[in-house]
Design a protein around this ligand. Structure first.
Ligand code: NAP
Length: 317
């Protein structure tokens, strides 16, 4: 907002991969902070962030980066949040907001909360937006536009701080919902984690098949397989951590999925065309509602071509 005070005086971005760098672009574009301080684990990534001009200041030490920041955002794999919180905890500013963007919330809360001093507002978050690309070059300002960000404030969270973080995400172009972390983890298990696990599995199976050659898999991939390969190209560290940290909800959803798959298998085996037709009609309607809700585009290639793809391939969360 040109001319008006930024929402935050200083934001510290801890982790500057796809999500951290997209935040840097959005913060800069929308004037959401007076100063952006960038910190990341490796000197190589920090150098790259500097080359890309993602911040105003660069710190190799996360503890240095958070000093004096009124907003601190952890954009590291969920399995790393606890260790990073332990490192920065003693250096967080009184009254600061500490948030994260992790794809799971229960374990992030149990790992991070013990390191948050009194007087610092820890408000966990998760933007439901992403791509299969990683690293500081992958980010872009419009990643969050029209997408949901879910905040999972802890009981008794400061309402003003939640309101300010909500305004921040709205400023990045996102729509914001709040819910408790258990509910978040169950919802995300079915809409995001299971699809990725299924994609990893089917791509792995196709790769192992001896009856179909690898060159045929690649040559004919447009016939359905291609969209799975996009999900299955997602970052291995991130998805290992998601599976480990949301284990219970994922196993529950996988149980349901396996039962339904067995029913589908039976319908195919017994030639039950009515059952197949009913299911496929129902699922087609689900896709219609997603398009109507503005969370997908109704194009034959799903809008995924060239640069446009960068703004549309945003459900690999
Ligand atoms: P990314 O592009 O791979 O970037 C990861 C960042 O975290 C890098 O700065 C990396 O530092 C740092 N990092 C990696 N391992 C670390 C460790 N053990 N300790 C400290 N820092 C570490 O990842 P991303 O896609 O931005 O994902 C970041 C977070 O966003 C994850 O929690 C993920 O669940 C969540 N998320 C991802 C998506 C998505 O689609 N990708 C969507 C929504 C939310 P170096 O490069 O310096 O090693």
């Amino acid at each position: 907002m040109p001319g008006s005070e930024p929402l935050f005086a200083r934001v510290a971005l801890i982790g500057i991969g796809l999500i951290g760098s997209s935040l840097a672009h959005a913060i800069r574009r929308d004037g959401l902070a007076g100063e952006i301080v960038v910190s990341t684990r490796s000197p190589e990534t920090l150098d790259r962030a500097r080359e890309l001009g993602l911040g105003d200041r660069y710190e190799a030490d996360a503890a240095e980066a958070v000093k004096g920041a009124d907003l601190v955002i952890l954009s590291v794999p969920v399995g790393a949040c606890g260790a990073v919180a332990a490192q920065i905890g003693p250096h967080l500013e009184q009254g600061a907001i500490l948030t994260d963007v992790g794809s799971t919330k229960g374990t992030v809360i149990s790992d991070v909360a013990p390191h948050v001093p009194d007087g610092v507002h820890f408000i966990p978050g998760h933007p439901i937006a992403g791509t299969e690309h990683s690293g500081p070059d992958a980010g872009f300002a419009s990643l969050f536009e029209g997408r949901w960000t879910i905040l999972t404030p802890l009981p008794g969270a400061d309402e003003a701080a939640v309101g300010k973080l909500t305004a921040f995400w709205t400023g990045c172009g996102a729509k914001v919902d709040t819910m408790n972390s258990e509910h978040h983890d169950r919802v995300l298990a079915i809409v995001s984690h299971l699809p990725h696990i299924i994609a990893y599995n089917i791509v792995g199976t196709a790769d192992d098949l001896e009856a179909v050659s690898k060159s045929e898999v690649i040559k004919y991939s447009a016939s359905g397989f291609r969209d799975f390969t996009r999900l299955a190209a997602s970052d291995p560290t991130m998805w290992r951590d998601v599976c480990l940290s949301n284990r219970d909800a994922i196993l529950e959803m996988l149980g349901r999925f396996s039962e339904d798959l067995a029913a589908l298998q039976r319908a195919i085996r017994w030639g039950d065309g009515d059952a197949l037709f009913t299911l496929f009609t129902h699922t087609r309607a689900v896709r219609r509602s997603i398009i109507e809700a503005g969370q997908e585009v109704d194009a034959p290639d799903f809008g995924r071509h060239g640069e446009i793809a960068k703004t549309k391939e945003s459900e690999a969360d």
